[in-house]
Design a binder for this molecule. Structure first.
Ligand code: URP
Ligand code: ZN
Ligand code: ZN
Ligand code: ZN
Length: 470
């Protein structure tokens, strides 16, 4: 047999088209796409299934330390297990710089945490929280050349926020080094002002997180980031865009030919700020606290327009898992968080449910094509983050990262079926049509029917220059 693996009889879907063909895999790569692949050591029958490039989740947080005693519910073992079970073959978590420390040392620490633990391939975006002359002048340029070709900056959060002057300096390095900047666009001072006002009025329940993190503050910061990017002539990605207002800023920029790309996430199509009310403005709402927060049904409609018309090129989970009831103040339900929404850890789990939610709400309900689904969840992330065409493609020579998808399978999202570390899912009870049934990483099956069944063979992926930069 000339192939290690043949995947037969399925419908291959790429970002551009769909067709019936067999796939032949050798040494972890796709070596043949034809009507009939002859003789392979292992055969997989994909009749009735879609054959998709493995999902690439380009925005996940794993094993990040916190400064408030809360603990992230996923390390690289559980986080990538959850990712693989949900149809993903590559994830891009963040290597976060801790203020006052070397960015390079932080990156090394994440490599140690990931080594030998991963069920998907992994690469790291950097988070720049302390742009010292040493970081801007030496560490960042060296890291970009070493294959960390994207980094995130924050316009809010006390531990991470950069001033406009610092943002401009970081953008300037990105242009020189041909890196892609991801921007968390929410206006810090506006959020602090809103938070103070709400607390003064006794409005401290988790729900008020959604009012404090107003869409106006997101719109303003989005525009400010776009202006800084224009001044410094650098491409940016506005990540986790929540609704119509920031989306309009991105469309405005695009019409002027500015190099602005955009990402949205499941929470902005599947949740609204009413979810933060919990049962009756109670603490259950903390399960949905993330930033930016989910908005309203009009925002959801806007996000769908953006997913259809190309405003959004990326659909990522922003998986940022916390326990609801962590032991001794390690979860969202900690004593301080009970006193004010401002202490509730920001972030929700979603790496395992990202693909099913977009497929079910998008493809099964006729809002987007399956080709668009592939573009948003695999091909575009590979292109924008320097992994294409090794990843994100079903093509000769590409890594055999393949997800077999049953478009007709119906099931309900339930916490007890998920592999993530969190003790809840914000999507509990959601009815889904279309599930991944097998995840294949470089030719080896790693997950089947929501269960991981292989060793942790995921590898680190050094990345090239983004197509947004080139
Ligand atoms: O609330 C969120 N999204 N937490 C994760 C960190 C971030 O800003 O992406
Ligand atoms: Zn963010
Ligand atoms: Zn783009
Ligand atoms: Zn995030």
């Amino acid at each position: 047999a000339s192939c290690d693996l043949a995947i037969r009889g399925g419908t291959i879907v790429t970002a551009a088209d769909r067709f019936r063909a067999d796939i032949g895999v050798r040494d972890g790569r796709i070596v043949e796409i034809s009507e009939r692949v002859e003789g392979a050591a292992e055969e997989v029958d994909a009749t009735g299934l879609l054959v998709l490039p493995g999902g690439i989740d380009a925005h996940v947080h794993l094993a990040q330390p916190t400064s408030d005693g809360t603990v992230m519910a996923d390390d690289f073992e559980t986080g990538t297990r959850s990712a693989a079970a949900g149809g993903n073959t590559t994830v891009l978590p963040f290597a976060m710089q801790i203020k006052g420390t070397s960015l390079r040392d932080c990156v090394t620490a994440y490599h140690r945490k990931a080594e030998g633990k991963c069920y998907t391939d992994v690469s790291f975006h950097l988070i720049v929280s302390d742009p010292t002359p040493q970081v801007l002048g030496q560490e960042l340029p060296a890291l970009v050349r070493d294959g960390y070709t994207s980094f995130k900056v924050f316009m809010t959060y006390d531990d991470l926020v950069l001033s406009d002057a610092e943002l401009l300096e970081v953008f300037d390095v990105a242009r020189r080094e041909k890196a892609l900047v991801m921007v968390h666009a929410e206006g810090h001072d506006a959020i602090k002002y809103m938070t103070r006002k709400l607390e003064e009025d006794g409005r401290t329940a988790p729900y008020y997180h959604a009012e404090a993190h107003a869409e106006i503050a997101e719109r303003e910061a989005t525009h400010r980031a776009i202006s800084h990017a224009q001044l410094t002539d650098v491409p940016i990605v506005i990540v986790h865009v929540s609704g119509r207002d920031p989306m309009e800023q991105i469309q405005w920029a695009r019409k002027r030919g500015l190099k602005v790309h955009a990402e949205t996430c499941p929470q902005y199509i599947a949740l609204t700020k009413d979810d933060l009310k919990g049962l009756n403005m109670d603490f259950e709402g903390a399960k949905y606290v993330c930033s930016p927060p989910p908005r309203d049904t009009d925002s959801q409609a806007a996000i769908w327009e953006g997913l259809r018309d190309g405003t959004f090129e990326l659909f990522s989970s922003d998986h940022c898992p916390f326990y609801f009831q962590g032991a001794e103040g390690t979860g969202k339900d900690n004593p301080r968080a009970r006193t004010s929404f401002k202490w509730v850890p920001n972030g929700i789990p979603g790496v395992e449910t990202r693909l099913p939610i977009l497929f079910s709400e998008g493809v099964s309900k006729g809002r987007i094509s399956v080709e668009r689904f592939v573009a948003l969840t695999a091909t575009n992330p590979a292109r924008l983050y320097g992994l294409y065409p090794r990843k994100g493609a079903i093509a000769i020579g590409a890594d055999a990262d393949i997800t077999l998808w049953d478009p007709d399978r119906r099931d309900t999202i339930r916490q007890e079926k998920l592999n993530h570390g969190s003790d809840y899912t914000p999507y509990e009870g959601m009815e889904i049509t279309g599930w991944p049934v097998r995840t294949i990483l470089r030719g080896r099956t790693v997950a089947r029917d929501g269960q991981v069944e292989a060793e942790a063979t995921g590898q680190y992926q050094s990345r090239g220059v983004s197509e947004a930069v080139a």
